[in-house]
Design a protein around this ligand. Structure first.
Ligand code: FES
Length: 204
């Protein structure tokens, strides 16, 4: 769990998109934090190349924690939001570019996630961790309050270190930022309370 994204990418040349993302972040001051990489799924290399769905075990994910799995060479974040983080979604609404996930809905937000929390289960956020501007990987900024590069009334969310786009705890982009769109919610479904399938859903 201590490997960095860059370490992981060096092991697998298929993760080019992600490499670009981490490289971009690195030039902006190395602000990308090490993200735990989940090893609870092991699809074959051939299956991964074909974009196979991946299964994630979320049984140990605690409130306020994020885990990352790889799907189609992209990082998919799973965040178990706290009640406070869920409450923050109301406070951010008026500052968001697309609070109701109406832009490019077929690409960015499956029907079952076109709601305030952008999720099937309110507490669990599932998004692709790639900025909709130029593909950097945003950093976790879950702590509310004033801090460098963020507004004084920050409610918690994600900051893209490349050009300063910000996203709330539902991956919704703030207004007047370089990133035009919310973070993508990938197709997904719950196989059980502890098992999440990413890359497929009941409509697939
Ligand atoms: S790539 Fe994220 S703000 Fe430019």
């Amino acid at each position: 769990m201590s490997d960095t994204l860059a370490d992981k990418n060096q092991l697998d040349p298929s993760k080019r998109t992600w490499l670009i993302a981490t490289g971009c972040a690195g030039t902006a001051g190395g602000l990308v934090a090490a993200v735990p990489f989940v090893s609870s799924f092991l699809p074959s290399e051939r299956a991964k190349a074909a974009g196979a769905a991946v299964e994630a075990d979320i049984s140990t994910l605690k409130p306020g924690e994020k885990m990352t799995v790889e799907w189609r060479g992209k990082p998919v974040w799973i965040v178990r939001r706290t009640p406070e983080q869920l409450a923050s979604l109301k406070k951010t609404e008026s500052s968001l570019a697309d609070p109701n996930s109406q832009r490019k809905p077929s690409e960015l937000t499956p029907e079952y996630a076109r709601n305030e929390t952008r999720s099937i289960k309110p507490e669990l956020l599932v998004v692709v961790g790639i900025c909709s501007h130029l593909g950097c990987s945003p950093s976790d900024k879950f702590q509310p309050g004033a801090q460098p590069s963020l507004p004084d009334d920050w409610q918690g969310g994600f900051l893209c270190p490349c050009h300063g786009s910000t996203f709330d705890m539902a991956g919704r982009v703030f207004k007047n930022k370089p990133a035009p769109d919310n973070l993508e919610v990938p197709p997904h479904e719950y196989l059980s309370d502890s098992k999440l399938l990413i890359g497929e859903d009941k409509k697939a």
